[in-house]
Each structure stands twice: as C-alpha cells, then as structure tokens.
Design a protein around this ligand. Structure first.
Ligand SMILES: Cc1cc2nc3c(=O)[nH]c(=O)nc-3n(C[C@H](O)[C@H](O)[C@H](O)COP(=O)(O)OP(=O)(O)OC[C@H]3O[C@@H](n4cnc5c(N)ncnc54)[C@H](O)[C@@H]3O)c2cc1C
Length: 479
C-alpha cells in the first residue's frame, strides 16, 4: 500500500526495550517483514516499531521452539531442519517474521493438513499498550462462561475484556478480525489481532519431525478435471492419515489457465516444461512420504489416471532440491507476472491503479460453486482476471488484471459482490492475509460481521488499548 509516512523508526533489541518504547510513545505500529498484502504494515504517522532485532531461536525440545518475533521463517526452518524438525503452518512468503505471521494468523499451502498458525502457538510474550509485559500460555486463561476475560496488570489494575458475540464461519483458515468463541483461550485473542492489542516479542511454537517431501506438478486438461483431481487427492490424503494407503498429500496449489496465459515463456523454459495448451490448468501437490517412495507415487499415478489426467506429472523426488526449486519458481512466476502487468498499467495508464485481489475461502464442498461465482461476477463487470491459490483448503486468490482505472474500480465492486456470495456459502472473504488498512478489506469485514460485530471488536480494543495507541486504523477505523 503506497503513501506510508512515519514519526520515526525504532529497532528494539529486547522485550524491555519494546516495553519502554510503547510506554513512552504516542502511536505505535509494530512491523515484521512488511510483507502484508493489506497495508497493515504501512505507517500513517506512527512510530514504527521494527521487530527485526528481536531475534534468537532456541529449540526447547523435539516438540517446541522458542523464537523472537523478528525471526524470519526461512531462518527458523533452517535452524529446525538442522535438528530434523519443521514448523508446518508457513505462508508462501518465507521471509515473513514469526511475530508478523502470529499477528495475522498466517496460513499457507499446507493448511489442509496442518491448519493455520493459530494451533501451533503455545505461548507468547506480549507488550500491552501501557508497556506492561504479559506472558500468555495456551490453556492458562480461559474466557468466563458469560464472555469476558479478566486481565490483572502488573500495576495491580484489573481490566475486563468483553468478547464479541458474532459467529465465525467454519472454514479451515480465517484472518478476519478478532477470534471470538465461547470458552476461548486468551492466547487466541492476540493471535490474528494484527498488532492492535499488543506487540508480540517472543513466542513458543510447536514443531514436528521434518517430513520427507516430494513436489508434483500435474497438468490437467480443464478446470473441471483439476477440481476432480483435487477432491480425489484430498480423499486419498485423509485415508492415509487414518493409516489407509500411502498417498499423504499435505497441500495442493491451483493455477488456472488465465493465470498461465500471463506467465512468460522463459518461466516455463526455466522449469524445463512446455507451456500447456489452453484451457489446461496446473496443480502443484506437496506429498509427504514416510515409507516407500514408489508406493506413494504409484498410487498418485492411479488416482490421476482415474481422473482422466493424460499427461505424466513432473516430479521432484524427496531430496531433489533443484527440481523442487524449479517447480516452485514456476508457481511464483504467476503472481510475479500478474503483479508486473499491474505495475505496467500503473506506469502507463494511470498512477492510481493498484493490485486488486481477493483472499476467499469456502468450505471445500462449495469450491466449484465459488469458482463459478468468481468467473460469472468478473465477466458481468467486464474485467480481466486470473485465479490461483491454495485449492486444497478452498482458498483462492482471484486477481483483477486491470486495463484501465475503471477496470480496477469495477474489479473492487465485483470483489464485494463475490464476498457476499462467499459469505452466503458459509465461507469468508478474509482467509489468510488479514484486514490491515485496506478500505476494501475493512468493508469485507463489515460484510462478514456487520456494524455490530465491528463495534464489539472496538470494545475489545478500548478495554486493552484505551488511548488507541497500537496500530490505530488497522482492522477497523477508530469511529
Ligand atoms: C509473495 C507473498 C506471498 C504471500 N503468501 C502468503 C500466504 O501464503 N499466506 C499468508 O497467510 N500470507 C501470505 N502473504 C502475506 C504476508 O506474508 C503475511 O501476512 C505475513 O504473515 C506477514 O508477516 P510480516 O512479518 O511481513 O508482517 P508485516 O507485514 O510486517 O505485518 C503484518 C501485520 O502484523 C502486525 N505485526 C507485525 N509484527 C508484529 C508483532 N511482533 N506484534 C504485533 N503485531 C505485529 C503489523 O502491525 C501488521 O498489521 C504473502 C505475501 C507475499 C508478499
């Protein structure tokens, strides 16, 4: 999001530094790697609290790791991998920081198997708006039956935090304002609160043994075939988790034919693949192999055959990092190509043109309906678009490819219509990127929970941050 300006930038090295800064500052915006896609990390005159010096990773056991908020996920994974461990709920961008991903309840491709960041966070150290430090351990503080938390500050002050009463949609990933559920854990209020309730300085995360992984790129003849193959692979995976069969699929990414049309020939050449003919679509599946490689890959072949997939998949076997990097590079070429088109339109056609994209999730059984909704709505508004995303979760990112400023405005109206349709399907228009300072995303949040829901979130904020000091204007406006 362009146009950021800050009162200053601070680079604290410790929780004590953060506490002193927050206590003394007027308005503060904590930031991680600033990879937010919603303007959540773009300052509007606050003091920027850059967390990059809150480092340090310490593997506590075979099941938990303690990490500073400023640790990039790639560094965390490197340290863990050296001990044969892995942190599963990572977003596609592995430069994001531990604190940023907790603040946004980030999720990635493998949510289907592992869920979003939330269940992996065991403990956080958080600095509240008055500079108090709070240790929040999962399981220690549970909401009262009538929907309150009572927080005792080190100063002796006791604050009652009223919980929102809205019902969250039942979807595998959600980054849509404050988590609210009866009997909820206090830690879940801070996870996904996008820096508005406290600054996370450190966390204890759950980890697992590093899985052996293969990556498989599947060329499907059509979208219908790609969706059928995704459903079949999900069924196989769920069977394997019950001990029935060898095909454990952790994630499936989807790239539609419209997206592929934007990818330059060189990207296919680098991946060593021919450009698939229209209307082919691609699936990129992450397969975890505990036992015999051959059994898993033979089963994969049989499943794809049964779905009518004719072309042999491209496989990066476990340990073949070069081939895996090539396939991932092809996947990343999709957003890169679309973003380059948007940048070119901004430079050549109108400076106000900006990225306009959805982050929608629906229950998996409504995936086909949701894709029809996206396509019909964009067609009705007459805008060009491309769709890709984490298909195994029902989470797709329809992106407008604007040819004019008017296209961008039409695209935003289309996304609002789409959001209403997705909510009606039991889904959510805010799956993993959060709400941030984007006017469109904040409008989508109002669509999801109504004005009353937003007012209930404001009541939480007022209780914990009465001076509206932390990340003001993120998730919802003050008034
Ligand atoms: C190429 C690309 C791919 C992406 N793919 C995914 C994806 O697959 N899944 C996904 O979920 N997201 C994805 N994202 C979005 C982004 O990476 C995530 O939202 C990520 O969690 C942000 O982390 P960050 O460290 O960059 O945080 P920032 O962008 O710096 O901050 C994000 C928000 O968190 C708050 N915040 C940051 N640190 C703290 C802290 N220590 N305490 C309190 N609040 C804090 C900020 O105030 C801001 O509101 C992608 C982004 C890019 C650029």
């Amino acid at each position: 999001m362009p146009g950021g300006f800050a009162a200053g930038v601070a680079f604290p090295h410790s929780a004590a530094d953060v506490a002193a800064l927050v206590a003394a500052a007027g308005r503060v915006l904590p930031i991680g790697a600033q990879s937010s896609l919603t303007g959540g990390a773009t300052p509007r005159g606050e003091l920027l609290l850059n967390t990059r010096n809150l480092t340090g990773v310490s593997v506590m056991s075979g099941t938990t790791v303690q990490a500073g908020a400023g640790v990039p996920l790639a560094d965390l994974q490197r340290t863990l991998a050296a001990r044969g461990l892995y942190y599963p709920p990572v977003p596609t961008f592995d430069g994001a920081f531990v604190g940023g991903t907790i603040a946004t309840n980030a999720a990635g491709a493998a949510t289907f198997k592992y869920g979003s960041t939330r269940p992996w966070v065991e403990r956080i150290t958080v600095v509240l708006s008055d500079g108090s430090r709070l240790e929040v351990q999962r399981g220690e503080t549970i909401a009262s039956p009538d929907g309150w938390f009572e927080l005792a500050y080190p100063s002796g002050r006791v604050v009652r935090v009223p919980l929102p009463t809205y019902r969250m949609p039942d979807v595998p990933k959600l980054s849509a304002g404050y988590y609210a559920r009866s009997g909820m854990d206090l830690i879940d209020l801070f996870i996904g609160s996008e820096g508005t309730l406290g600054v996370i300085v450190e966390a204890v995360l759950r980890v697992i043994p590093l899985p052996r992984r293969a990556l498989v790129l599947v060329t499907c003849g059509s979208e219908t075939q790609a969706l059928a193959a995704t459903a079949a692979l999900r069924r196989e995976a769920m069977g394997s988790w019950r001990g029935e069969g060898p095909l454990d699929v952790a994630a499936i990414e989807y790239i539609d034919s419209r997206s592929l049309a934007h990818v330059p020939d060189e990207a296919f050449a680098r991946a060593g693949l021919p450009r698939p003919p229209w209307p082919a679509a691609l699936l990129l599946a992450q397969i975890e192999i505990a036992g015999d490689d051959t059994a898993a890959l033979e089963r994969l072949s049989a499943v794809l055959d049964a779905c009518g997939v004719r072309q042999d998949p491209s496989v990066a076997a476990p340990g073949d990092e070069r081939q895996a990097a090539r396939l991932l590079e092809l996947r990343e070429a999709v957003p890169a190509a679309v973003n380059a088109k948007i940048a070119a339109a901004k430079a050549r056609i109108h400076p106000d043109i900006e990225k306009t994209a959805g982050d929608l999730v629906v229950p998996f059984e409504r995936l086909q309906d949701s894709l029809m909704l996206y396509r019909d709505t964009f067609d009705r508004y007459g805008v060009d678009y491309a769709i890709w995303g984490h298909v195994s979760d029902g989470n797709l990112h329809p992106n407008v490819v604007p040819r004019s400023l008017e296209d961008m405005h039409c695209g935003r109206r289309a996304l609002l219509d789409i959001a209403r349709g997705v909510i009606a399907m039991g889904g959510a228009p805010l799956a993993e990127h959060g709400v941030g300072r984007s006017p469109l995303k904040q409008q989508l949040l109002r669509e999801l929970y109504g004005e009353q829901g937003i007012e209930e979130m404001r009541a939480v904020k007022r209780a914990l941050d009465p001076a509206w000091k932390l990340s003001p204007g993120v998730i919802f406006p003050e008034q």
